[in-house]
Each structure stands twice: as structure tokens, then as C-alpha cells.
Design a protein around this ligand. Structure first.
Ligand code: URA
Ligand code: CA
Length: 434
């Protein structure tokens, strides 16, 4: 087989065979096929697309390029959740304990990554003592015992995707639905879950800015998952404004605690109940989605979801007393309010820009080397559709710098006030099962 012939085939719009896709991915992983040939191929894919079969083959070739996590020693149907990323997205911290409280096994592999705030692991570091450096067998035992544990990312998961994603990044071929869908799904499948619930974000703060693009990506991922034998569904949710109120690490842990108590923001609660219902249903712990939702509401009301969070934190060395006393988490030195300059209604809260404001405070990583300040961030006091009066706070700013003028400036520019009434955006756009 020659790579040049395969590039030509895709360039001319033909379908690549299973063994051809394997040849490409194996050769790229072991270095026998150079970057320049793979760049030409990804550009051809960008223009010609991939069939459903090619997408599934590409995904599995990338899964097989590295380690695959074996969760077979965990009892029950393991369900994983993946979010395509947004601003202040606290869902993982809420959903883990919430569905584990109903006996759904959550065996989560989580990373750090770049962004406006840290990844789930960074956020959990706001809990003193909590660590994810555990052995595989301890991880499996913890999930069997408590139904929830989190382990750090294995170094050799989908190396083909790592290489390919980095190449796409510098060859203008990230924006291709088949390539994005197989990239994300390869990582989820290698992580070992039996069933996958996808939270595909849409709007200004999301990777996919329009509903049409988000729907196309969601469908592509759902088809890949189901075609390779993992039950997969997707929820398309709003990310035009940040989710919930808190954007920051310790602040989001506090928000997750509030939500597990039934006192969280309405949008975060609703999204967690929606995603959670699908997880419980796929795990076959409920016969219908409606039944699953009622069961989830009950474990919030009776306190067992909150208890599950305590067990989860302490089983991995964390100080669970922060659940009752969140002020034991890192605290910012300075607290400022961003006062509204006029009367009206909140019309826009541009999610990615508000996320950047949190990053300026030190809540996220701009480069791999950046150190996160766990204490700092933003808490929104108003969301789109809310009425505001001049002088009322729009946002509380938690900072370890005394001077936050640049942050305030950025927030004023990206929180738009209208004189006429504005409707709150729709939170859940669509649920896609096939
Ligand atoms: N996220 C991924 O993991 N892969 C992509 O290709 C795009 C976003
Ligand atoms: Ca939040």
C-alpha cells in the first residue's frame, strides 16, 4: 500500500477501505508516514468528507493506537459523560455523585487541559488532600465499593489522535465534522465506558457556534458510538452565556455542592437532571427518562447525592468537611462588585469573553506551564433576561490582585444591557439518540 495512492483516492472523493485507514493511522503513529502526507490527506478529508463507515473505522484505528482502559471488573453498565467544553461548566462535579447515588458506576478518567478554568481534576484540587494518582486496581475497587472514582489521564491513550490533532491545528483542518467527531469519540471509547452521554454545547462560548453545526457534530458522534457498539446519545445545550453562576475552581466546587443540595442555579440543575436522566436510563437503572428524573430529584431531596460527594472526596484523600464548610477551600483576598451602570434587562453575556475575564484573574491556564489560582473567579449575579437596576451588582469578582480594572472593563464590554425586555435563552435545544 502506498500513502500517495490513498491521498489521491480521498482527493477524488472515493471511500477508503478499513485496512487502508488502519494502514494510515498505524503508519502515522509509528512515524513511517510523514506529517506532510497526512496533512494532504486531512485537507482532502476536509473537502470530501468521510462516510459513516470510514468515520467508525478511523475512530477505532485511533482507539487501537494506544492503551485501552479495561473496566470489565466493574459491575454494572458503565456510563461516561462528555462535554464539548464551555465556560463555567460545572456539570461533571454535580453529575458524578448524583448518578452514583442511584448505583450507576462512574469510572471517570479526567484531565487538566487549557481553558478559562481548570479541568475537573484542577477544580477538585481546591479540596485539600484530594488526589487522582491512584493505581488501576484501587480505582476499580473504589468504583465497585462507592460507585464513583476519578483517575488521572493515562499517558498513552489514543496517541494517534494526539499527533493528528496537533497537525490539524497548524494545517487549518480542525474544523471538519468527521475529524472532530472521531477525535472526541476515540478518547471516550478508549476510556472504556459501555455507554456514552454527550453534552454538545452550542453558542458563543462553545466550539460549535451555530445550532446546525452542533446538531451535525452531535449526530456524527452518536452514529460513531452506536456503530462501534457503545450506546451513545447527545444533548445539545446552550452555551451562549456561561452555565450556572460560578466561573472559577473553588467557586465551581461550591456551586456543585449547592446544586447537590437542591440550591443550585436553575440552568445548571436542569441540565444535570437532563444529562443524568439519560445516564441512569442507559445504565438500566430506570425504565423511562421520566422515572429516572424523579429518582434523581429524590436523591437530591433526601441528601444521599450530597453524602455520595463526601464519600467520593474522602475515599481519594480529600477533606470532605468542605462540603459543610466551603469556606475551608482557598479564598480570594479581594472581593469586588461590578455595578450596573444603567437600568434595563440583561440581553447578552458573551460566554467566551467572560471566561477570558476569569482567566485574567488566574482561574485558567493560557499555556501548559501556567499555574492556576484555585481561589479566584467570577460569580454572575444576573443572567440573560434578568431585570437590573443601576448600581445593582452584575458580577462578583474574586481576585488575589488588588487592581481588577482590566477585568471590569472586559466584563462591561461583554455584558450587554437592553432597555426592552429580553427572554432567557432555551437551555436544552435537542436530544439526539440516532
Ligand atoms: N476536541 C477534540 O478532542 N478533538 C477535536 O478534533 C476537536 C475538539
Ligand atoms: Ca458554573
Amino acid at each position: 500500500m502506498r500513502m500517495v495512492d490513498l491521498i489521491e483516492k480521498k482527493r477524488d472523493g472515493q471511500e477508503l477501505a478499513t485496512d487502508e485507514i488502519k494502514f494510515i493511522i498505524n503508519g502515522y503513529t509509528d512515524g513511517s508516514i510523514p506529517d506532510y502526507q497526512v496533512s494532504a490527506l486531512t485537507m482532502a478529508i476536509y473537502f470530501k468528507g468521510m462516510t459513516e463507515r470510514e468515520r467508525a473505522d478511523l475512530t477505532m484505528a485511533m482507539v487501537e493506537s494506544g492503551d485501552q482502559i479495561d473496566l470489565s471488573q466493574i459491575e454494572g453498565i458503565k456510563v461516561d459523560k462528555h462535554s464539548t467544553g464551555g465556560v463555567g461548566d460545572t456539570t461533571t462535579l454535580v453529575l458524578g455523585p448524583l448518578v452514583a447515588a442511584l448505583g450507576v458506576p462512574i469510572a471517570k478518567m479526567s484531565g487538566r487541559g487549557l481553558g478559562h478554568t481548570g479541568g475537573t481534576i484542577d477544580k477538585l484540587e481546591a479540596v485539600k488532600g484530594f488526589h487522582v494518582e491512584i493505581e488501576n486496581n484501587e480505582f476499580i475497587d473504589l468504583v465497585n465499593k462507592n460507585k464513583i472514582a476519578v483517575i488521572g489521564q493515562s499517558g498513552n491513550l489514543t496517541p494517534a489522535d494526539k499527533k493528528l490533532y496537533a497537525l490539524r491545528d497548524v494545517t487549518a483542518t480542525v474544523d471538519s465534522i468527521p475529524l472532530i467527531a472521531s477525535s472526541i469519540m476515540s478518547k471516550k471509547i478508549a476510556a472504556g465506558a459501555d455507554a456514552i452521554v454527550l453534552d454538545v454545547k452550542t453558542g458563543a462560548g462553545a466550539f460549535m457556534k451555530t445550532l446546525d453545526d452542533s446538531r451535525e457534530l452531535a449526530k456524527a458522534m452518536v452514529r460513531i458510538g452506536n456503530n462501534v457498539g457503545r450506546r451513545t446519545m447527545a444533548v445539545i445545550s446552550d452555551m451562549s452565556q456561561p452555565l450556572g453562576f460560578a466561573i472559577g475552581n473553588a467557586l465551581e466546587v461550591k456551586e456543585a455542592i449547592d446544586t447537590l443540595k437542591g440550591e443550585g442555579p436553575e440552568d445548571l440543575t436542569d441540565l444535570c437532571l437532563t444529562l443524568g436522566s439519560h445516564m441512569v436510563y442507559l445504565a438500566e437503572k430506570a425504565g423511562t427518562l421520566e422515572e429516572a428524573r424523579i429518582m434523581l430529584e429524590n436523591v437530591i431531596k433526601d441528601g444521599s447525592a450530597l453524602d455520595k460527594l463526601k464519600v467520593f472526596l474522602s475515599s481519594q484523600g480529600g477533606d470532605a468537611s468542605i462540603v459543610d464548610e466551603p469556606s475551608k477551600m482557598p479564598q480570594a483576598k479581594y472581593i469586588y462588585e461590578l455595578d450596573a451602570k444603567e437600568n434595563g434587562y440583561v440581553a447578552e453575556i458573551i460566554a467566551d469573553e467572560v471566561g477570558t475575564a476569569a482567566m485574567l484573574l488566574g482561574a485558567g491556564r493560557a499555556t501548559k506551564e501556567s499555574v492556576i489560582d484555585l481561589a479566584v473567579g467570577l460569580v454572575l449575579r444576573k443572567k440573560i433576561g434578568d431585570q437590573v437596576k443601576e448600581g445593582e451588582s452584575l458580577v462578583t469578582i474574586y481576585s488575589n490582585f488588588e487592581n481588577v480594572e482590566e477585568v471590569k472593563q472586559k466584563l462591561y464590554e461583554n455584558i450587554k444591557i437592553s432597555t426592552t425586555k429580553v427572554d432567557a435563552p432555551i437551555l436544552i435545544h435537542e436530544e439526539i439518540t440516532q
